[in-house]
Design a protein around this ligand. Structure first.
Ligand code: DX5
Ligand code: ZN
Length: 236
């Protein structure tokens, strides 16, 4: 994709993993408030019980979610053999489809297929996976999802040691070597969002911090406001 991925304000992507699965349409409406209280993306965690020990939801549920909201959908596939499944999420109308670097046999081909199906292509790295190993592969991608917890469950504690990867990715984008939205996932809340912003994150996934709040839409705008100074500082 040739368009510039640089964005002008922090993006907030609530994760519906922390929502009430019996009321998903209402939970999407709860992050679709007026102006600043609206989520930028909605993050959907697909887990297969193999790549990660947990099991969540799959394409039929995502197809229903796409009909229930106009917020761009950000599908995070924590699954083995993503080449078999990921393109379906793109064809269904997802805005961004992220696969794990550790699971993808041919990540360059997969990025090409995701883009051809109309989605942005995302690559995710677990906390122990070095980002540098994928620098060439990431030339074919639109988003990099840095995991700041071990994938599998919501509500875990943020791992600040992954911020070195965020800084390296921010540098690669700002020097023109990569053209990516830098996204972080896991343990983002009002105690951790500022340090992630200072390191250069563009898009902040937040599950329990949004859906555990009294007013999820207000929690979205509060996280965005809290991230804004660090976001600006990281790009000076
Ligand atoms: C974890 C998922 C995350 C999770 C984040 O494997 O990828 O998206 O929902 O939840 P919090 O924000 O509660 O850490
Ligand atoms: Zn996720």
């Amino acid at each position: 994709m040739s368009n510039d991925q640089r964005i002008s304000q922090p993006l907030i992507a609530p994760s519906i993993l922390s929502a009430d699965f019996a009321r998903l349409a209402d939970e999407l409406a709860a992050i679709n408030g007026a102006s600043g209280n609206r989520a930028d993306w909605v993050h959907v965690d697909v887990m297969d019980g193999h790549f990660v020990p947990n099991l969540t939801l799959g394409l039929p549920v995502v197809e229903s979610l796409l009909k229930a909201t106009d917020i761009p959908m950000d599908c995070h596939l924590m699954i083995d053999d993503p080449a078999r499944w990921a393109v379906g999420y793109a064809e269904a109308g997802s805005h961004n489809v992220t696969v794990h670097a550790e699971a993808a046999a041919d990540p360059v081909a997969l990025a090409r297929d995701l883009r051809a199906a109309g989605a942005r292509a995302g690559l995710s790295v677990k906390p122990d996976t070095p980002f540098e190993q994928y620098t060439d592969v990431l030339k074919h991608y639109d988003t990099l999802l840095v995991m700041s917890v071990e994938p599998g469950f919501g509500g875990q504690s943020f791992m600040p040691e992954v911020l070195d990867k965020v800084r390296a990715a921010r540098h690669a984008v700002d020097t023109g070597h990569l053209n990516l939205v830098v996204e972080i996932d896991g343990g983002i809340n009002n105690d951790t969002v500022e340090q992630a912003a200072e390191a250069g994150v563009d898009c902040f996934v937040a599950g329990s911090a949004v859906y555990g709040a009294q007013d999820p839409a207000r929690a979205v705008s509060a996280l965005r406001e809290q991230a804004a100074p660090g976001f600006a500082h990281a790009r000076q």
